[in-house]
Design a protein around this ligand. Structure first.
Ligand code: SAH
Ligand code: SF4
Length: 363
């Protein structure tokens, strides 16, 4: 009774969200997922949008305590894809009919890095006849740099807040990293006109269900267009490499699915990614994410030889596959849950157009 009543409420408050995140009985969780899937079907459709992921470089000047490619991890050989490799990956995305790519990278604030990305954006648009939607996930930059990246044709940007709890944020990062700066960057991105995405890790040491409920309300208050959130997974060569025993990987996985479902019910028309980290825990993890309300998947387009060196966390799947294997594998997986694939469409966030009043470009 309480569950039905909560699921049918016009607007969920903090207590409702907390209650839903804590559901334990399988039949109740099923009802939550069903409701979320219903909302997804009605508000954004059953089409899953693809973002071909290009892991451009693992060179990073930051030292996030959780991340396998942090500056102080001297064990990982550093790489940066050549221009030709990036262009080839973008052409592969077009040929695979993905219509959108994400360029992701370790963070670098030197001007040469931004200039290189700008140059690549220009070339990618040229060789693909402006047919690809481009998302960047390259960290914190000045407003001027974001503007230049936008002017060069990037239209979406992902910058996870990692946690909306400033105290927890402090524990996850060295003192030189700033929560306030991260929020400022999200605002800059929105002001610049980007479809703005953020997200959190789920199951972090010291993270409470109150934190997670607040994360969902944070996305809403920030009026975010896209969310990518996944389970936190230890990487042995980091300060957070030891499992502190608070949540098992399976518990983090289950919690992530509930976070996706609740977020879909709260923010009906945004894009939500079924994060690859889900698949690191369960083989069919991303499909389960789609069933719980996600509508975006990021097939990997990074050349196979680099994948071993872009391990943000352990057990990252598909590191020995190439781009076409990823494509074939995914197609069957998506159909298995009853979703369709949004080939040849950018799959822009509907929320973005409502938020800004802009006309959809291509959808
Ligand atoms: N450097 C950029 C983009 C690459 S990192 C940035 O930090 O924004 C992309 C995301 O990987 C991060 O936002 C973080 O949420 C996720 N990540 C890093 N280490 C992780 C870990 N150990 N477990 C799960 N996700 C992790
Ligand atoms: Fe660098 Fe991003 Fe990893 Fe932090 S999360 S260390 S900024 S790649």
């Amino acid at each position: 009774m309480v569950l039905e009543k909560t699921l049918n409420k016009e607007e969920l408050n903090f207590d409702d969200i907390k209650y839903l995140l804590q559901l334990k009985k399988p039949e109740e969780i099923d009802k939550l997922f069903k409701k979320a899937y219903e909302v997804k079907e009605r508000e954004v459709g059953k089409k899953v949008f693809y973002r071909g992921l290009i892991e451009y470089s693992n060179i990073c000047t930051k030292n996030c305590n959780y991340c396998g490619i942090r500056l102080d991890n001297k064990k990982v050989p550093r790489y940066c894809m050549t221009d030709e490799e990036v262009i080839e990956a973008a052409i592969a995305a077009k040929d695979f009919r993905y219509a959108s790519i994400v360029i992701q990278s370790g963070e670098r604030s030197d001007p040469a890095f931004a200039d290189k990305i700008i140059d690549l954006l220009t070339r990618i648009h040229k060789v693909t006849d402006n047919t690809l939607g481009v998302t960047l996930s390259i960290g914190e930059h000045s407003k001027e740099t974001y503007q230049k990246l936008y002017d060069a044709g990037a239209r979406r940007f992902l910058l996870r807040i990692e946690t909306s709890n400033p105290e927890l944020y402090k524990k996850l990062h060295p003192a030189s990293h700033s929560f306030e700066e991260r929020i400022k960057c999200l605002r800059y991105l929105q002001e610049t006109g980007f479809q703005t995405g953020t997200g959190v890790m789920i199951g972090l040491p010291g993270q409470t269900v109150d934190d997670l409920a607040r994360d969902i309300l944070f996305f809403k208050e920030m009026d975010i267009d896209m969310v990518g959130m996944g389970p936190f997974i230890e990487h042995e060569a980091t300060p957070m490499g030891e499992n502190d025993g608070s949540l098992t990987l399976q518990e983090r996985f289950d919690l992530t699915l509930r976070m996706i479902a609740v977020l879909r019910i709260v923010m009906k028309d945004i894009n939500i990614a079924a994060a690859t980290a889900l698949q690191a825990i369960e083989y069919t993890g991303r499909e389960k994410g789609l069933k719980a309300g996600a509508n975006v998947i990021m097939p990997n387009l990074t050349p196979t030889k680099y994948r071993e060196n872009y391990l943000l966390y352990e057990n990252k799947p598909c590191t020995d596959e190439d781009a076409s294997q990823c494509r074939g594998c995914l197609e069957g997986r998506i159909k298995s849950v009853g979703d369709e694939i949004g080939y040849d469409v950018w799959g822009d966030s509907r929320h973005f157009f409502k938020r800004t009043g802009k006309e959809p470009t291509k959808n």
